[in-house]
Write a protein that binds this ligand. Structure first.
Ligand code: 3PG
Length: 402
């Protein structure tokens, strides 16, 4: 794909779509990974003399200018990191005369951030008029929003109808790691899937079954698979509609000679509560009135062994209710197994990325994706609309037209 390296940005107005949809609590950013991940591209544009216009969505304000979803805290954080004032014009319309003026007045190396693009309902409708409003602010479009690349919205896809489009370094990095993991993995290739709903992961599990040597299912989803094997799961999370699918997937794994690992033992509790009394039981002895909250020590051993033998590991979804300290052990142990392994370790975004960071093991992974839904769709082999709009780099051949 064409990247910012392939174009001359000196003196040009460049509009870059980032994914600054960061978790917030009481008006404060609680994890700014998505901001720091975009800095190399922003700094590159700035240092090469571009007038930089950044845009992103935050949350799902559904076309209403709700101030709790304002990009202002992001503008402040960017100013701190970039050590320069990032211009922020608070406009509920995202683009208006004041914003156009501010964009026109930018000097080389200056940076501005637009208000939340989802303050306009036309954003998620991929409305050509809104895409053109955004495009009219600049001369070049840079796609840097990997986390939102699975959405065909005005700022992620439509805008490329009006401006030459290139990708930023984050897109390049995500595609490199996620792409090589699924297309050309070093073997043994082990995928670890967790999280609550089978339905959310069905596509990616199915697609990975054609690629991996071992597929591990843990977390809330595992109980649906255990149920499909005919085991009693007490009051554990059950995705009823997913039982049949789970059975199909296990059969498919067998046909494809993929080793399919499920928990052997689990930590169960009487209530969905960190302080609930809990015990470890084998999966074929889950009491009727108990729910599975985490994987047990035997399972940790089993899964960690598979990780130790792997050359590539892709992990998406926690192994238990890791938000509750008493049920975070399994997820932490698996994160530690990845951290200690020599394999290429790739963490699909969302909860597993949050877990790895919470345990302070972020630096020990090969790559932590900034995409949740986007990384799943990418691993599934789907075409992401936000990436599809970036043209391939065409190399001229001597004497020919191109
Ligand atoms: C994400 O956090 O997954 C992305 O920012 C996309 O957000 P969305 O699911 O609201 O489109």
């Amino acid at each position: 794909k064409k990247t910012v390296r392939d174009i001359d940005v000196q003196g040009k107005r460049v509009i870059a779509r980032c994914d600054f949809n960061v978790p917030m609590q009481d008006g404060k950013i609680t994890d700014d990974t998505r901001i720091t991940a975009a800095l190399p591209t922003i700094e590159y544009l700035r240092d090469h003399g571009a007038k930089v216009i950044l845009m992103s969505h935050m949350g799902r304000p559904k076309g209403e200018p709700k101030m709790e979803f304002s990009m202002k805290p992001v503008a402040d954080r960017l100013s701190e990191y970039l050590k320069q004032d990032v211009v922020f014009v608070s406009s509920p319309a995202v683009v208006d005369d004041a914003v156009r003026r501010a964009a026109a007045e930018l000097e080389d190396g200056q940076i501005m951030l637009l208000e939340n693009v989802r303050f306009r309902k036309e954003e998620t409708e991929n409305d050509p008029g809104f895409a053109l409003e955004l495009a009219s602010l600049a001369e070049i479009f840079v796609q840097e929003a990997f986390g939102t690349a699975h959405r065909a919205h005005a700022s992620t896809a439509g805008i490329a109808d009006y401006l030459p489009a290139v990708s930023g370094f984050l897109i390049e990095k995500e595609v490199k790691f996620l792409g090589s993991a699924v297309e050309n993995p070093m073997r043994p290739f082990v995928a670890i899937m967790g999280g609550a709903k089978v339905a959310d992961k069905i596509g990616v599990i199915r697609s990975l079954l054609s690629k991996v040597d071992t597929l591990i299912v843990g977390g809330g989803m595992a109980y649906t698979f255990l149920k499909a094997k005919g085991l009693e799961i007490g009051t554990s999370l059950l995705d009823e509609k997913g039982v049949e699918l789970a059975g199909d997937l296990m059969r498919e794994a067998e046909e494809k000679h993929v080793r399919f690992l499920l928990p052997a033992d689990v930590r169960v509790a009487a209530a969905f509560d960190n302080d609930a009394a809990s015990e470890v039981v084998p999966v074929d002895a889950i009491p009727q009135d108990r729910m599975g909250m985490d994987i047990g020590p035997e399972t940790v051993k089993l899964f960690s062994e598979a990780v130790r033998e792997a050359a590539t590991v892709v992990w998406n979804g926690p192994m238990g209710v890791f938000e509750m300290p008493n049920f975070a052990v399994g997820t932490r142990k698996i994160a530690e197994a990845l951290a200690e392994s020599d394999a290429v370790t790739i963490i699909g975004g969302g909860d597993s990325a949050a877990a790895v960071k919470q345990f302070g093991l972020g630096d020990r992974m090969t790559h932590i994706s900034t995409g949740g839904g986007a990384s799943l769709e990418y691993l599934e082999g789907k075409t992401l609309p936000g990436i599809a709009v970036i043209p391939e780099l065409r190399v001229p051949f001597i004497g020919g037209n191109w």
